[in-house]
Design a protein around this ligand. Structure first.
Ligand SMILES: [Zn+2]
Length: 173
C-alpha cells in the first residue's frame, strides 16, 4: 500500500526540534552559538525573502523566468521568532503565491496548497493553525547556505551565513 497523500496541506518544510526557544539561555554548542547570533541580523535570508528577490542581471529585467529564483543545495534552519498573526495576514495579501509554492518545492515541500489561503482570521481557531504554520514557513524558516539560480540567464547567486549575495561581476551589471 502506498502512503496516502495528506488531505491537509502541509506548510512546514522542516521542523528543527532543537529550535532555540529561550534567548536568555547561553548557547551550549558551536552551532547554537552561530544560530543565536543570527537573531540580531535583520538581513537573514528568511523564506519570505524569496518572494522579493529576483535576478539582478539587466537583461533579465523583463523576463518572467527571472522570478522566482530556483533554490538548490540549500541548508535551512528554523529559529523561533515572535508570532504576529496580523503581519502574516497582511504579508499574505502581498505574496506571489505561485512563487511561494515553487520555492517550497525547491526546498523539499510538495504539499503547499496550489491556491493562496485567503480571508484568514486570527480569531478563528482553524485559521490560527494555518497562520501559525505560515509564520513558521515564511518567517522562522531561514536559508543558511545555498544557491539561487536564475531560470533565464542561469546566473548563480550564493547564500552564505544566511546572507544572499546579489553583487554581480562588472560585465553583467
Ligand atoms: Zn538572470
Amino acid at each position: 500500500m502506498r502512503t496516502a497523500v495528506p488531505a491537509v496541506p502541509q506548510y512546514i518544510i522542516w521542523r528543527d526540534e532543537r529550535k532555540i526557544s529561550n534567548r536568555n539561555t547561553p548557547p551550549t554548542t558551536q552551532t547554537q552559538t552561530q544560530i543565536a547570533h543570527k537573531k540580531y541580523n535583520t538581513r537573514n535570508m528568511k523564506f519570505i525573502t524569496t518572494n522579493f528577490v529576483k535576478c539582478a542581471v539587466k537583461t533579465c529585467d523583463s523576463s518572467v523566468d527571472a522570478f522566482p529564483l530556483q533554490y538548490s543545495d540549500c541548508q535551512i534552519v528554523q529559529e523561533e521568532l515572535e508570532y504576529n498573526p496580523e503581519f502574516i495576514v497582511h504579508m499574505l495579501e502581498r505574496l506571489e503565491w505561485n512563487a511561494v509554492v515553487k520555492v517550497a518545492r525547491d526546498l523539499g515541500n510538495e504539499s503547499l496548497p496550489p491556491v493562496k489561503p485567503e480571508g484568514l482570521d486570527p480569531i478563528m481557531e482553524d485559521d490560527q493553525v494555518i497562520l501559525r504554520d505560515l509564520h513558521t514557513l515564511l518567517v522562522e524558516t531561514q536559508i543558511v547556505e545555498g544557491k539561487m539560480v536564475c531560470r533565464n540567464c542561469e546566473h548563480i547567486y550564493f547564500i552564505k551565513n544566511s546572507i544572499p549575495n546579489f553583487l554581480l561581476p562588472p560585465h553583467l551589471c
